[in-house]
Write a protein that binds this ligand. Sequence first.
Ligand code: HEC
Length: 111
Amino acid sequence: MKYIVEFLLIIVLVLPSLSYADNIAEGKSLTFDRKKGNCLACHMIDDGELAGNNGPPLLAMKARFPDREVLFQQIWDPTESNPYSFMPPFGKHGALTRTEINKIMDYLYTL
Ligand code: HEC
């Protein structure tokens, strides 16, 4: 009985952190994928190659975007905060789903 309880406890504690690690990995590939986020076209990010510099480098994200909702909005529709932004409104235009944007954010918050 004791082992069963310990076993269940391990599953409950370890599984969520595994899926969080998966989200970060998926988020990174969505961010770098030229047919998905293609964020490297304009942003210098981490170890991404051939990065553009039309947008600011994406770093120190936790410090600069403490509110997850603000970061979400920037990716969903940047024109909300800056009507002249030429960053594509990925969410509003259906280029990325809500789930995909959340994975991208999980990755960005590691930077
Ligand atoms: C066509 C160029 C372009 C692409 C592609 C692009 N961005 Fe941007 N991004 C910008 C520009 C320009 C800004 C500057 C602020 C603004 O205009 O909204 C910006 C700003 C940002 C900011 C705010 C940064 C800061 O320091 O304030 C974040 C976060 C961001 N982009 C994330 C992303 C993510 C994630 C992707 C990919 C899903 C992406 N961007 C794709 C051009 C782009």
